[in-house]
Structures are given as C-alpha cells and as structure tokens.
Design a protein around this ligand. Sequence first.
Ligand code: SAM
Length: 262
Amino acid sequence: MTDDALETRRLGEYGFYVMPLSILLKEAEAFLNIDADTSRILGETQSVSRSSQGVHPEEAAVLYGLTRLVKPGLVLETGTFEGYSTAEIARAIGNNGFGRLETVDISCETGLMVPEELHNVVTFRRGMSSADLSQIFASQSETIDYFFHDSEHTYENALGELITFAPFFSAGALIVCHDAKMDFLPDFGVGRAIRDFAQVLDLNYMILDTTCGLALLQWPERDDRQHLDDGLATLWNMLQRTRSEHLLVNRVQRLWRFVKGG
Ligand SMILES: C[S@@+](CC[C@H](N)C(=O)[O-])C[C@H]1O[C@@H](n2cnc3c(N)ncnc32)[C@H](O)[C@@H]1O
C-alpha cells in the first residue's frame, strides 16, 4: 500500500492509526478480487432485518473479505448473538472450500441468521468465552488462524480473551476486535485492551474506521516464544490489577449508595 493511499490519521490519545474503510476496500479490491458477495453484504444495509447489536453491513463485508483473504483453517468468534458476523464468516469459509468456524455465546437462541446450509462449517458453543472455551482448545491440537472478538466489550473481558486465546494462535494469525473505537461509552474498553495487548507484545495494529471500529492485528510469524510468554505474563498481571481495582470501586460505590440511602 502506498503512503499517499494510506491517508491514515492519528488519534492523539491512543497513538494508533485509523484507516478509512473506503481506502481498505479500494486496496482490497485490487488484490482480493472482491466478488459479488461483498457488494451483496454492503447492499444489505436496508434489507436485512437485524438488531442494532450485531455488526454493521460494512463490517460484515470486511469480515467476509478477510476470511476469503486469509483462508483460515480454524476461525474462533466470541459473541454469536443473532449471527450476522457468524453467517458472513461461514459463507466465506464455504466459498474458500475448506475451514471451519467455532462461535461461542453465553446465551441460547443465538445464530438465527446463519442459514441451514452453512451449519456444516459452524460449531455453536454455549458458555463464557475465556473460561469455557480455553479448556476445549487446550485439549485439541488445532490452532486458531483467525480470532474475532465480539462478546462483552469491557476492557477486562476483551483483554482476558486475547490473553486466554493467545497460546492457541497460529503463527501469523489474524486477530480482529469489534467496537474498537467505542471506548467513550461506559463499560467499553476494547480500544484500550488491544492497545495494551499490542504495546506489551510489540505488535503493530490498526483500527478500521467502520461504524464501531474494527481493530486488526497480526500474531507474529516468528518463533519468539520467550518474548511472547513474558509479555503475556505481564498482561495477566495488569489484568488482575484492573480486576481488583474494579472490585474495589464497585464495593466503594455500593457502600456509598448504602450510606446515602441509610
Ligand atoms: C454484540 S453481540 C454479538 C453480535 C454478533 N457478532 C453479530 O454480528 O450478530 C454480543 C454477544 O456476546 C455475548 N456475550 C457477552 N459476554 C460473553 C462472554 N463472556 N462469553 C460469551 N459470550 C458473551 C452476548 O450474549 C451477546 O449475544
């Protein structure tokens, strides 16, 4: 990608680059040969009946395009919900001709948007992303080629998932996090989580300027296990500290409400 094509702008507070989606799509078209499917997804803005909690059509198109580009063996998605993103990733896997998708959600009644004919490439799991799924991955040898975070968007949960699944990422795996530019909302911290994860592990990342922001990061190709393990241990300690601070704040707030109420 040429410098003038990049047209990136810097967000002072975070120091990451935000790439306008139009640029990505233009670039992607050149080497990805964006097919009719992408136009179809982009055209769905008006026609698809879906809740506002799912990804947006242009984000679904990026997820589809990335799956076609990366050609993953195994994709892991956290946060199935109605299954808009699930359906588009699964459709791309179907068009790739190989690969499969594991998707997890704590609630039942998820994945309604995934058509029956794509169910052969999708495994729907119910449970808490980091807690329940890490045990499954620990017991299988397959590694994750493409990870998509779209479950609870707190700093603790997003960072917790990245730390938990990192040992199972393939070399060069693609990591994508939804809602990466929504940290101004209460309880949202995906942008901060990806920034800390990337900083501690010395990884580059970018945020696509979609409706809610898609963070893109590549797991290292090189075999630098010691550096990564040290970084993950540091991140784990940071996460524990944040969790204890959070607990303390919650307790103080409860106490304050009790004192005021009493
Ligand atoms: C924003 S929605 C996902 C939208 C979906 N990717 C789509 O495009 O339709 C978030 C989902 O994450 C689920 N969730 C929240 N916390 C979770 C956790 N810790 N583990 C698994 N799923 C979780 C919620 O039940 C909800 O269905």
